[in-house]
Design a protein around this ligand. Structure first.
Ligand SMILES: [Zn+2]
Ligand SMILES: [Zn+2]
Length: 200
């Protein structure tokens, strides 16, 4: 069955009104059942309001995978939400089953199985590989401070914002491995330019 035949959750994807995080979790469960035989491991699906150039992000933390979506992006493109979630779920599935990241052969095969090939060409915007030198996120769960790292830190780190002066075990940084970042811009260069702000 093509995802286009799947009855949309119209009731919760209305213009300017995003589905709640509980609805996202239900949508995740439904897609998991329909396309993966329930093989996608439990995932936290949530919004991250701090995303500006990123439509979605999939990370692997100590306890579980997490899919984060940009509320700003999906308020503008609500019709892309189901497909994007499905796309991110294929990443989770590939990672859980084969420890594979990126858009490799297995990813593309599963994408076709889900009937999504052409949709993603149209949506474009998938540019994880060129940013992939930074593979880890250190995140403070208290204040949501995040730092990107190329490699895992050798010693435990604490949040430099919550305690500027010294290591503080009350504010540990949690490590997430980036499985995918999905840029919202049409090209990575465009996204980079947007990050730097208007030229001149
Ligand atoms: Zn992807
Ligand atoms: Zn903090």
């Amino acid at each position: 069955m093509s995802p286009l035949d799947v009855p949309r959750t119209k009731s919760c994807v209305t213009p300017n009104a995003l589905p709640s995080e509980a609805d996202l979790q239900l949508l995740f469960a439904r897609l998991n059942y329909e396309f993966f035989n329930g093989e996608v491991p439990g995932c936290k699906v949530r919004y991250n309001a701090r995303f500006s150039n990123c439509a979605g992000r999939t990370t692997y933390g100590r306890e579980s995978m997490q899919i984060e979506l940009s509320p700003k992006h999906f308020r503008r493109y609500p019709e892309a939400l189901t497909e994007t979630l499905l796309h991110e779920m294929i990443h989770v599935w590939c990672y859980a089953k084969f420890r594979e990241t990126g858009h490799g052969v297995r990813f593309k095969r599963k994408l076709r199985e889900c009937g999504l090939t052409s949709i993603y060409h149209d949506l474009g915007n998938v540019s994880p590989s060129r940013e992939s030198t930074k593979r880890f996120i250190l995140r403070c769960e208290r204040c949501t401070f995040e730092a990107l790292r190329r490699s895992l830190p050798r010693t435990a780190a604490s949040c430099p914002r919550c305690n500027k002066r010294r290591f503080d075990e009350r504010y540990p940084l949690t490590i997430y491995e980036i499985v995918e970042l999905r840029e919202a811009g049409t090209t990575l260069d465009g996204a980079r330019a947007a990050r730097k702000g208007p030229a001149g």
